[in-house]
Every structure is written in C-alpha cells, then in structure tokens.
Design a protein around this ligand. Structure first.
Ligand SMILES: [Zn+2]
Length: 173
C-alpha cells in the first residue's frame, strides 16, 4: 500500500486531544466535532453519523453529518459529504496527508471514497458488523483492487459512538 507516510507516529487516542474531549486551548477535538455532527443528524431524523476531515496542519477542513433523507440522496453519507467539502476547499480531488474522523465504521462506498481521496488516516468510533466495509463485509482496504489504504484506527470513543446509535434506533422501534 502506498501511503504509510514518512510522518508516521503512534497516534495517541487519549492523551493529546485528538480523541474525544477537548484539545489543549479549549478547541474541541475532531472526534468531538464528529459527535456534534452526528447529534445534529439524529435531531433531523437521520442515522447519527458525523465525519470531520483534518489537514496535515491540524486545520478542520470539513465537518458533516449524515443526510440521505434530507438530500434525497442515498450517497449523502457523512464521510462523502465531508470529503466533497474538504476537496472543494482545497481545490483538489485528493486529500493527501489529511485524516478523517467518523463516528461509525465506514460502509464500502465511503471506504472507496476515502481510498480515492488518498486519506492518510481513518479514525472511526463504533464498529459496524451489519454495514461496515472496513473491518467487516468487503473489507475494502484489504482488496487487491484497492490502490491506497489509509492507516485505520477503529474503536475511538467506541462506547459513546455505539450508544448514540443504539439510543437512536431504540427510539424508532
Ligand atoms: Zn458510507
């Protein structure tokens, strides 16, 4: 796989503000912003998933929540919306060395988009045995037809992420 970049360092999921909680200086962490997007999606009746893209310099390039219902668009997943927004902002079809944070394991469609966008690192919250395409189902990044695989860090704030989804679906029964 191509893009295990030279800047590899062990990502800290607890100590440096990249994970849940608040980063130094009071800025919300990317995962915190993703949760906020997911909560807004839930309030709008969408499946609560939120995604955030961060530049190599740590700037938030995009934040989006799921909105297939509102958009009448089955592809309007949080990850795809965030990728489109970040690409538009950078004026590029690729997001080299950018990282994507999402509250749920991406589906196969979003995994493909993440690969095409050349995302460096994918952080996700809850695992999704039913619809996931990264650690489940097609396991997109492990296929020989996948030409760029990000580094994947799953289970970030997993409990919070899965409880939010459970609560959403429990309310709907
Ligand atoms: Zn998706």
């Amino acid at each position: 796989m191509t893009c295990m970049s030279e800047k590899m360092k062990a990502p800290s999921v607890t100590g440096d503000g990249l994970a849940g909680g608040t980063a130094a200086g009071g800025r919300p962490s990317p995962m915190e912003l993703a949760f906020a997007e997911a909560e807004q999606a839930a309030a709008a009746g969408e499946v609560p998933v939120g995604a955030v893209i961060v530049s190599p310099e740590g700037e938030i390039l995009a934040a989006a929540g799921n909105r297939p219902k509102a958009a009448n668009d089955p592809t309007a997943h949080a990850e795809l919306l965030a990728i489109r927004e970040a690409c538009a902002k950078l004026g590029s079809e690729r997001l080299i060395d950018c990282d994507l944070y999402v509250t749920l394991e991406p589906c196969a469609m979003c995994a493909a988009a993440i690969s095409f966008a050349r995302i460096r690192r994918l952080y996700f919250g809850a695992y999704d045995p039913k619809g996931g395409g990264v650690e489940h189902g097609p396991r997109f990044f492990g296929q020989p037809t996948c030409h760029h695989a990000p580094e994947v860090i799953g289970g970030l704030n997993e409990t919070r992420a899965s409880e939010m989804l459970k609560a959403f679906f429990a309310e709907r029964r």
